[in-house]
Design a protein around this ligand. Structure first.
Ligand SMILES: Nc1ncnc2c1ncn2[C@@H]1O[C@H](COP(=O)(O)OP(=O)(O)OP(=O)(O)O)[C@@H](O)[C@H]1O
Ligand SMILES: [Mg+2]
Length: 611
């Protein structure tokens, strides 16, 4: 063995596994060497070689520093190497154990969680630094204390019960959320795990536990939960439909109002579904395309007016805004939408537009009526003034015709004059008729009979123009209250119009039917529903020709007085306006349209059936 001086210069661990100190000669520095080596706390095994037991006794104050001692007296052959090897092994094990303990202690001291060991009576037998500093403020040492010294009775009792249960059944309690309440009322939230503590024989000698303070986390969780509940309340009670969708268009969040917009009953019917589950293919594709655009471009859409049909067929107008939904990194992960039901406003707007249109029309009608009244009065005045002089001219022409015998040309001139006078008389008659006060004499009569009579009367005119007449008169027609002579005039006017557009032949159909007014739909029906109620019994008369039909202008103006497409002198343009005013005197409705089945015009007259 080197001298103490030499020892001090050596890196013991590097160079030796074991040092055998020969003490047989009682050298002075032997003891000092033992002290020195043992202070190094290294892995080098320290073995002393003594002469005998008596000598060893003299060194008993250093025996505990030795890993082994060998008595030269008793040494048998080959024993020395074995003893040294065993001492080295023991030394290494001790060193490892020491390290292990140091590491464990360091862990206990530095871990931010509170760690404690308790005996079977739940008294602290060991606590780490954290436990002592946080919970042991009032106690210099927690050892021997219990939870009852630290916490409120309520919490201490609960913890005690848990520990006793662990001791009884040996089962750990893992990750229990505990509210640690203190006597002064403050509290911590901790997450605690407790396990049974056992001795080498496996007997439970107490418990060991670790507690992590999660008060801040719990506060954050509570705030989050509160905010979530607030948001849920707002979403659920909002007056608008609110929804959230993922990138594939699946509904993630939806409030009750939006559930209704989709025609569903409750939220679970919608979550995870897409538009295709609620709308027909083309409609769903249209809305999805807008959604995709928003998610791809990252641009939101505001106040988009969207029309949908509810499952019951009623209309639904939505004012929708959609914004892309992003994650913490700003990536688009879906969209959020909000939809306001504006069906009522839309319907009100439409009704308003309709009302304004009706108002405009009424205004125009009033102006027109006023104009016509003036024209009528003027016409009556003119007709009255012209009638008498024309009579004088007619009488004069008649007289001259009787007096003159020749020449032939002169007679022809007089004939022409008489024809012209006849035409002028006809115009005057029509003018006076148009402007005369509207008086009607109503009596029960059959419209079919009137039509047949007029057709018979005009048979010659039809034949002349090669027009075939189809009488399709229903037998169901009941007699109605009418002014027969005015009704005759109606059909004369209509048939004359038909003849004038079918000069080169054609076909005229006159049809009568007993009907009931159906629900409104097209323009004609809306006119009808102004005069009749749905379900009212009516007589429908149709006069169909195969003439030229009406152009755009004629459709608009045909009923205007003095509107005529006939050449001057051929017609006054009063026929239809007189006809319609007669129909209106009978509380009926009259329309003139082009036929849809073939070329030609179609006149329809609805008269109230006599009840
Ligand atoms: N059946 C029809 N087919 C095509 N156009 C028609 C028909 N009935 C009327 N019209 C058009 O409506 C115009 C007005 O008709 P209305 O009967 O009021 O006057 P008119 O026939 O021209 O003259 P009047 O009847 O006074 O001799 C006609 O000039 C014609 O252009
Ligand atoms: Mg006419």
């Amino acid at each position: 063995m080197p001298s103490l001086k030499a020892l001090r210069t050596i890196d013991l661990e590097q160079d030796y596994h074991a040092i055998l100190i020969d003490m047989r000669h009682d050298r002075d520095d032997s003891l000092q060497s033992i002290h020195y080596i043992s202070q190094q706390q290294n892995k080098v095994a320290l073995i002393a070689l003594c002469r005998d037991h008596a000598q060893l006794q003299r060194y008993k104050e250093v025996i505990h520093h030795l890993d082994d001692y060998i008595l030269a007296d008793h040494l048998v052959d080959g024993e020395l190497p074995t003893r040294i090897t065993h001492a080295i092994r023991r030394r290494l094990k001790e060193q490892e154990l020491l390290h292990e303990q140091t590491r464990l202690q360091s862990l206990l001291d530095n871990i931010p969680d509170a760690i404690f060991f308790k005996d079977r009576e739940s008294r602290f037998t060991k606590v780490n630094k954290r436990m002592q500093t946080v919970y042991g403020k009032a106690h210099p040492s927690l050892l021997g204390k219990t939870d009852f010294d630290l916490f409120s009775e309520e919490h201490a009792q609960a913890a005690y019960n848990d520990e006793q249960q662990i001791i009884r059944d040996g089962q750990p309690i893992v990750g229990k959320l505990e509210k640690e309440t203190f006597e002064d009322g403050h509290f911590n939230w901790v997450n605690t795990t407790k396990v049974p503590l056992k001795d080498e024989q496996g007997r439970i000698i107490g418990t060991m536990g670790i507690s992590r303070d999660i008060t801040e986390l719990k506060k954050a969780q509570d705030t989050l939960a509160h905010e979530r509940s607030l948001l849920k309340t707002i979403i659920e009670h909002a007056l608008a439909g609110i929804f959230v969708k993922d990138l594939a268009g699946h509904y993630l969040v939806v409030n009750q109002r939006h559930v209704k917009y989709l025609g569903a009953q409750a939220e679970p019917e919608v979550i995870g579904k897409t538009l295709y589950d609620f709308f027909e293919q083309s409609e769903a594709a249209r809305i999805s395309a807008t959604d995709q655009k928003i998610m791809q471009s990252g641009q939101s859409i505001e106040n988009l007016i969207d029309y949908r049909q509810r499952p019951d067929g009623s209309e639904l107008w939505l004012l929708t805004s959609k914004v892309p939904l992003r994650d913490e990194l700003g990536r688009c992960i879906g969209l959020v939408g909000i939809s306001l039901d504006m069906t009522e406003q839309k319907l009100a707007e439409r009704n308003l537009k309709k009302a304004i249109k009706t108002l405009e029309e009424t205004k125009l009608q009033l102006i027109e009526a006023e104009k016509l009244k003036t024209v009528g009065r003027l016409a009556a005045g003119v007709a009255h003034e012209v009638k008498n002089p024309l009579n004088v001219v007619a009488l004069g022409a008649e007289y001259l015709e009787g007096q003159i015998e020749g020449p032939e040309e002169m007679l022809e001139v007089i004939q022409d004059m008489r024809h012209a006078i006849q035409k002028a008389n006809h115009v005057i008659f029509e003018l006076l008729d148009y402007s005369s006060p509207h008086k009607v004499t109503m009596e029960l009569g059959n419209i079919n009979e009137i039509i047949s009579q007029v057709l018979a009367l005009m048979r010659h005119n039809f034949n002349e123009s090669c027009i075939t007449v189809h009488e399709d008169l229903s037998r169901q027609i009941e007699p109605v209250k009418l002014d027969a002579s005015k009704m005759e005039q109606v059909f004369i006017n209509l048939f004359l119009n038909a003849i004038s557009v079918m000069k080169k032949g054609g076909s005229l159909t006159v049809r009568t039917r007993a009907e009931q007014i159906k629900s409104a739909g097209d323009n004609v029906s809306s006119k009808l529903t102004e005069c009749f109620r749905i379900g009212d019994p009516v007589i429908l008369v149709e006069v169909l020709d195969t003439g030229s039909g009406l152009n755009k202008e004629a459709i608009q103006k045909a009923f205007d007085p003095f509107y005529s497409t006939k050449t001057t002198g051929e017609g006054t343009g009063l026929g239809l306006s007189v006809t319609r005013s007669i129909i209106e005197m009978h509380h009926g409705v009259m329309t003139l349209q082009n036929r849809t089945d073939t070329q030609g015009a179609c006149v329809r007259i609805w008269l109230p059936a006599a009840s």
